[in-house]
Each structure stands twice: as structure tokens, then as C-alpha cells.
Design a protein around this ligand. Sequence first.
Ligand SMILES: Cc1ncc(COP(=O)(O)O)c(C=O)c1O
Length: 396
Amino acid sequence: MGDGDLSKWRDEFPILSRTVYMISNSLGAMPRQTARNLAEYADTWATRGVRAWEDRWWEMPAEIGDKIAGIVGAPAGTVSMHENVTTAEMVALSSVRPSASRKRLVCSAMDFPSMIYLYRAQQAAGFELQVVPAEGDLTVHTGRMLDAIDDRTAVVAFSHVLFRTSYIVDAHAIVGRARDVGATVILDTYQSAGIIPLDVTALGVEFAVGGCLKWLCGGPGNAFLYTRPDLLKHAKPSFTGWVSREHPFAFNMEDDVTRRDAMHMMNGTPSIPAYYAALAGLDIIHAVGVDRIRQQSQRLTARLLALADEYGFASAASREPDRLAGTVALNVPDAPLVSRTLKAREFIVDYRPPVGVRISPHFYNTMEEVDRVMAEIASIVATKDYDSGETHSLVT
Ligand SMILES: Cc1ncc(COP(=O)(O)O)c(C=O)c1O
């Protein structure tokens, strides 16, 4: 099978004609339509002014949330929008009250650092943090996670797909154990939503967080929180605000009547331009379908690994196709320099210690591009002809 009809989508992403863009685990490519949608945002603001809130903006988080719901297996009305995943995670965490006998927060050492900073800080609010150590190969062992969860566990918060290795954690087993002991699950789907099939309803998680920035091609500022429908009715996040209220414009200090849909989990004024930016990517991911995206992604990552073996590059990627999501990391010599040189030559990838150069093809990439990026890496490694630009860069 070739890249087939998926390549017809390439025209929709301007950057693909200029670069080999394989960094969708960090920032997905911008759809052409996004520029028009952002222009519409500006026009609306310019011409409708404050009336735009009533026309569309106030309910826009719910509109975008429903599009995301359709991709992650959630019912309409269960996905709220937040500025970033750390904030979404905090809203979920703030709905759980630790008690003397149940206060443990179990996570894994391979979760994204921002999450761990947040969990650690919640010890001031009565949680006791238990970080399950990683394995030598930078994966998370299911048995270790299961052993850590017992009736002292209040929350199990973990990444579905690990950001360094793209390893797919056995969410089903961990959620099952959490359910058995009565603990609340917050699943971080940032590296799974849009690139591997995900069904938060079938998994039965209480909460799931993620964002549109990466595999959903929606740009920054539009993270999401799924709340299981039965919890939405009575969840009391302590991180709350007026947008969650049924009658926000009554400005009634005593008003405690909250909305019954996902906006129940929101707090302050929503990030409207970010939602305009998210629209096109969500529509495209929906139209292509995550099953087809996964098929193409698996073809491309398999090819990356086969070539890694041919060239003799080490990789922390799992060799079990069902355990590897969208990224193949290559531990080549001088990996930061190789990554920088690739970027200077219009091969867009990144570098993360200790796994090396991360290569993340999406449905819009081709087998030919995979061959080209690997040949380029082989050439840079052989010649050590590194880009001599800035030695320090903020974003690697
Ligand atoms: C798995 C995972 N969780 C969380 C984050 C951080 O999210 P945010 O910056 O939106 O808080 C990232 C960012 O790359 C991530 O990969």
C-alpha cells in the first residue's frame, strides 16, 4: 500500500511544500483554512464587537469541545476547554478531595514534567505524591503501576502515551485497577488523541486531558478536559469561576447554580482566538479518521525503525507495534547538533534528552519523506557537518 489518498490532504498544509515536517508530537502543521478562520475571528471582532459573545463566542468552548469529543470517544457536552493541559489537569484535580485515609496521588516518572510539578505542589493541599519509577528503557511497567494503586489511592494520573519514547501505556489495566479500589483516574491523552484510537467512554476514566496543539493541528491555547457524564452532574472543582455558572451575567455573588454540561468545569473568560485556530485541524482529523491516521502512522514509524536498524542508529522506540504511538526517537551521536542541523536544512524534528532526535510523522507525511529524513541524518552523522548557527536555542 502506498501513501494513497491521504496524500491529497497535503495541499491543505502549506508548510509541507517547504519542509519535511515531522514534528507533530510538538506542534502539528497549520491547515490552510486556519488562516481564513483567524481572519474571520478578526473580522467578527472588528464588525460585531461585543455582540460577538452572543452571536457565537460564549458557547464556542462547547462547540470546540464537542468536535474533540467526536475524536476521543466522548459524548457531546462532556469536553470543556482550557488554556493548557496543566490548567485542565488542575481543574480535574481540584474536584478531588483527599482525606486522611485516601490521599495518595499515583503517577509515573515518565509523565510530562509540568504534570509532576503540579502534582508535587498539590501536596500542600493534602495529597501525598507517589511517583512510580520508570524502567531502564524509559517505559512504564504496568505491574509497577498496579502495585502502587490501593485503597489509599485518591487519584491515578498518568500519560496514555509517554512524551519521550511514545510508548503506549496499558491504560485499560491501570484504569481497571483504579476502579477496583475506588480511585479517580485523570488520563493525559496529549500524545495519544488524534494519532492512536482513543475511546475515553470505553476506558471508563473519570477525567481525560489533552490539547489541540500537537496531533490535532490546532495551535496553542486550546487544551481540553473530558469529564465523565455522571460526574459532571455533581463535580465541584475548587478551581472554578463565572463561566461555569448558569446565569453568569446576573453577577449574583450567591449564585451557585452551575451549568450541567461541560462548561460546568470552566472558570474564566475563554480563549476565543485559540478556538478559531483549532477548528480546521479538528475538522480534518475528523474527516480523515483516527483509524486511518493510525494505519499510516504505523507504516511510517515501522519504516523509520527498519531504516534505523539499517543505518545502525539506536532507538528507545518500542519494537512492539501495538505499544508505539506516533514518534520514533533516534539516539544518534551529537543528537542536539544533528537535530539543529536538520532544522536548518528544512527537516523539522526536535531533540529531547535522553532519547535523542524525535521524528514524528503524521497522516500527511509520506514514505518518501521518511526515506529522505533518514538519509539526511545518516549524512549528517557521517560528515559531522553541523549547522553553525546559534549554539543556544530556547526551543529544541
Ligand atoms: C504528555 C504531555 N502532557 C502535558 C504536556 C504539557 O502540556 P501544557 O504545556 O499544555 O500544560 C505535554 C507537552 O508537550 C505533553 O507531551
